[in-house]
Design a protein around this ligand. Structure first.
Ligand SMILES: [Fe+2]
Ligand SMILES: [Fe+2]
Length: 747
């Protein structure tokens, strides 16, 4: 699918706002009473009530304990993946055409805009009898059969087995819906007992470079009776909430099915239940698979409001129409321009009636927090300490824009050619990035990908352990290195757990923050027993990234018109550099909490490895917007910290950033904090100041500063939380700085 060519571009009013409203979402219904014969009759009644509420208020619901074996679904998902993994040429061997609409295709459109996906359709009854043409008077029929690909060989069997299971579920759901309309349980059965036109679709949504412009499936309603959707853990389905028209993201829940009533049930129920608009968002990082089962009646079915559901006060709202003709028209419209037919055509008169349920329409409803608290997650519960003040909550708008600059470091690796020009270019790029963003990404940086991957997987193994195990290497006042899970930024708890280790072993630090206390203390690392490889993998990684850190310091020196080695002496001995392993578990209220609250880095330089999940946001200097840093495989994200701000006398500024969390995927990241020796006195470099540009900061002692920060995590100190602002010369003090000082009690 490659690039987002103009056929994928939605009209502006239909583009995903990338507003992910997760809220409580669509109702979740437990079907246990249907599969457990010992359930009391009242449990089934209860279930029917839930189905009625869900169909009326949402048109959508999720079911669990549905009786479909997980293996059946997983086998089909795996076979679908194997099928789509093939080259296009292979897949097109089973391409659908006008003669047979079953098979593969990659050019589906919804409302004339191309969908970012490829699909493979399989019909359930073999053969499926359909009208040959949409012409009302033409009674000729045609038989659809399936086109099975050679590869993967198991696809056919996996599909056939899955269909059997889902069909059983579909009948149970029809019974529940019948009962919920006060009809006999088997009221809908005759429409489906013979010559069903049901089919299943395997959907593949590849990662999309412009998820803000395209959709996986544009907004639409399902024309048939019932849809039973299996989706993977990526998610993308959005449902238009009836109360307020908001697009609600359907949070993937393992092993549930998402059910929605289609146009046929809307007509049969005479608008008691409405078919609801939905769409599929795509994302730039992960492919997604989903499998809808579309339950459809025999082609000769005449669809009209059921007699039991109409009376004098509530007359039929639709004229009757022939399902097969309707379906044939729809299918054909994919090949030819037809006068397309929608159910509205059969509606007698438009009657506007909207269900209003104010309790569901407020996304800030406290029940969101409540449900998050009661949901189990890797970190336990979202207790109120995680809740950010409203003005600091991640705005769900994800601005990907161009983002921070990407800098190719290959001129540094290429020592053979006389590449003075490309080094000059590189220095200029670094200068622009530091000045305009304070952040940049580097590629071709020379750190072997294996070293980073080994570190990431050891990190995962460490955090996968029980809290009890991890707390065996918990940091404490005696040693600030090790595991902890109660980090706070600006007094709000961060949704993460971390493991810190130091690079110089041991690292020498001042014993106390008291300015006159000259004593020092040596900190070793605390290595856990498990995973056994963690220590070695960390030490290897450190060696590699340290080389990169010196190269970056040289580039930054050069970019400030200083000699390449100007900053080296601060780091050549007794560095206080340390590395943090971060684990951000999925968070059920990503609109309320942050992985790390907004802050600036106090050290010299940060070199961050992040995985493919993403979450880092940087405050753009030009307009203060939070910009999402899109994960780039194997790149490092670099930012200058407060120390470089001071050394450069504000030529470069340390920029605020924060970390968003999400509800579906855990995230790992590893920042490497480059810090000088503890006895370093930080002040603007002499070369960076002159008469017209005097030093903007007083000198301060790095070790004392660092210890003050570290200790403030354990005790209330009698000093205000320390910030470089404190060393800024008074004439420069602005009201913002004063506000920050007061706010930043703990960083
Ligand atoms: Fe749909
Ligand atoms: Fe940071």
């Amino acid at each position: 699918m490659g690039e987002v060519d103009p056929t994928f571009i939605q009209d502006p009013q239909h583009r995903p706002k990338l507003v992910v409203t997760e809220a409580r979402g669509i109702p979740q219904i437990d079907l246990t009473p249907l599969i457990d014969p010992s359930s009391p009759a009242t449990a089934v009644e209860d279930l029917v009530d839930q189905v009625r509420d869900a169909c009326r208020d949402w048109g959508f619901f999720q079911v669990f304990n549905h009786g479909i074996p997980l293996q059946s679904r997983e086998r089909l998902m795996a076979a679908a993946k194997r099928f789509f993994d093939q080259p296009l040429e292979e897949k097109r061997k089973v391409r659908r055409d006008e003669a047979n609409p079953q098979g593969y295709y990659d050019t589906e459109h919804t409302k004339n805009v191309r969908d970012w996906k490829e699909v493979f359709d399989i019909t359930v009854e073999v053969p499926t009898v359909m009208y040959a043409s949409p012409e009302p008077d033409d009674q000729q029929t045609t038989h659809y059969i399936n086109q099975w690909p050679d590869h993967p060989p198991e696809l056919r069997e996996a599909c056939e087995e899955y269909v059997k299971d889902v069909q059983k579920l579909s009948y149970k759901l029809l019974e529940l819906i019948s009962l919920s309309l006060n009809l006999p349980a088997n009221r809908f059965e005759p429409f489906f007992s013979k010559d069903q036109t049901s089919f299943i679709r395997l959907n593949h949504y590849p990662p999309c470079p412009a998820p803000d412009l395209a959709l996986g499936v544009g907004r639409h309603k399902d024309a048939l009776a019932l849809t039973i959707l299996a989706q993977d853990d990526v998610g993308g389905l959005e449902v238009k909430r009836k109360t307020d028209g908001e697009w609600i993201f359907v949070n993937p829940t393992p092993n549930t099915f998402i059910i929605n009533v289609g146009d046929l049930i809307q007509v049969w129920s005479n608008d008691r239940y409405e078919s609801v608009e939905h769409r599929v968002m795509v994302n730039s990082a992960r492919e997604r698979f989903s499998i809808p089962f579309f339950l459809s009646p025999a082609h000769y079915t005449m669809v009209e409001p059921l007699a039991e559901l109409i009376d004098e006060h509530n007359p039929a709202k639709y004229k009757s129409y022939n399902w097969g003709k309707f379906f044939a028209t729809r299918k054909r419209s994919n090949f030819k321009k037809l006068n397309s037919t929608f159910i509205n055509k059969f509606k007698h008169k438009t009657s506007s009636h909207h269900l209003l349920n104010p309790s569901l329409s407020d996304p800030k409803n406290p029940s969101i927090i409540h449900s998050a608290i009661h949901h189990h997650s890797a970190m336990g519960e979202l207790d109120p300490t995680f809740i950010q003040e409203p003005q600091h909550r991640p705005k769900p708008a994800v601005i990907q824009a161009h983002g921070i600059p990407q800098i190719d470091l290959s001129p540094l690796l290429d020592s053979t050619s006389a590449n003075a020009n490309s080094i000059e270019d590189l220095v200029a790029e670094v200068c622009d990035a530091c000045k305009n963003w304070g952040f940049f990404q580097v590629i071709n940086h020379g750190v072997p990908i294996e070293s980073r991957e080994r570190l990431m997987s050891a990190t995962k193994r460490f955090f996968d352990q029980t809290t009890e195990e991890k707390r065996k290497v918990r940091r404490d006042e005696a040693n600030p290195f090790g595991y902890y899970d109660t980090e706070h930024t600006k007094n709000v708890r961060d949704w993460k757990e971390v493991f810190d280790f130091t690079v110089e072993v041991p690292t020498t630090m001042p014993t106390s923050h008291e300015p006159d206390d000259e004593r020092t203390i040596e900190y070793p690392n605390q290595w856990p027993q498990h995973p056994p490889e963690l220590r070695e993998v960390c030490e290897e990684y450190v060696k590699e990234v340290q080389k990169l850190s010196f190269k970056l310091l040289e580039l930054i020196s050069l970019s400030l018109n200083l000699p390449a080695n100007r900053l080296e002496p601060f780091f050549s001995k007794d560095q206080t550099t340390f590395v943090r392993l971060n684990h951000y578990p999925p968070c059920l209220a990503p609109d309320l909490a942050l992985g790390v609250g907004r802050h600036k880095d106090a050290g010299a330089l940060t070199i961050l490895a992040q995985d493919d999940v993403g979450g880092l946001e940087v405050k753009r200097k030009t307009d203060g917007e939070w910009i999402f840093v899109k994960p780039t495989p194997n790149a490092f994200i670099i930012n200058v910290g407060d120390i470089i701000q001071v050394w450069s006398n504000d030529a470069y500024e340390s920029v605020e950033h924060r970390v968003r969390v999400n509800s579906t995927r855990e995230r790992f990241s590893v920042p490497f904090f480059v810090n000088p020796a503890h006895y370093t006195v930080v002040e603007p470099l002499a070369e960076m100041t002159n008469e017209r540009n005097p030093a903007k900061y007083k000198a301060y002692n790095w070790g004392k500063f660092f210890v003050t920060r570290k200790l403030s995590n354990f005790k209330k100190l009698d000093v205000e939380n320390i910030q470089i602002y404190h060393f800024k010369k008074p004439k420069e003090l602005k009201i913002d700085d004063v506000v920050s000082r007061v706010e930043n009690l703990v960083v």
